[in-house]
Design a protein around this ligand. Sequence first.
Ligand code: SF4
Length: 202
Amino acid sequence: MSEYDLLVREIHDCTRCTLSAKRTQAVPGEGSLDADVVFIGEGPGFYEDRDGRPFVGPAGKLLDELLASIGLGRGDVYITNMIKCRAPNNRDPLPGEISACKPFLDRQIDMIRPKVIVTLGRYSFQRFFPGETLSKSRGTPRKLNGYTAYPIYHPAAALHNPRLRPALEQDFGKLQKLLADPGTAPPEEPEEQEDSEQLSFF
Ligand code: SF4
């Protein structure tokens, strides 16, 4: 069994936090382990908990459309979430739940070593860039611990508020260029490194 398969099994068996009690199943993530880009959402919702796959509801359909618009499919990227089990009523994950689940995300990033890490939505963004505003930071690549982080809106936000959709489409267009030339990201920002617990991708 591969290192990745072992990780997936660990996630499925995990009881590190209380979300394990009410999940139908854990949702580790899916896609290519050779992917140049990893997408990180917040956590599984109703459909993901039911199917065991990330982004399979309406937001997932929009994500698929956006990927197709830049010539990518799910097999070309890796998609996962900050936490791997659904929170009751889709509430925001608690800090303790994110801390408990963080080692899994870190190991996924460490295995894949993508060129670009896309944070989907405010919650995922603020875990890595606390105190900053997504509406001001979206669509601008940043260097973080040797990776290029690229914050964009969550597809679900664009479904709730269609006025965000043009920005999301525009940011996917920029992602295509960024993947073609990751060197276009700005240099590392040393002042962002102080809180390593908050900021580290691994
Ligand atoms: S959310 Fe993460 S830490 Fe909590 S039970 Fe699920 S896999 Fe384990």
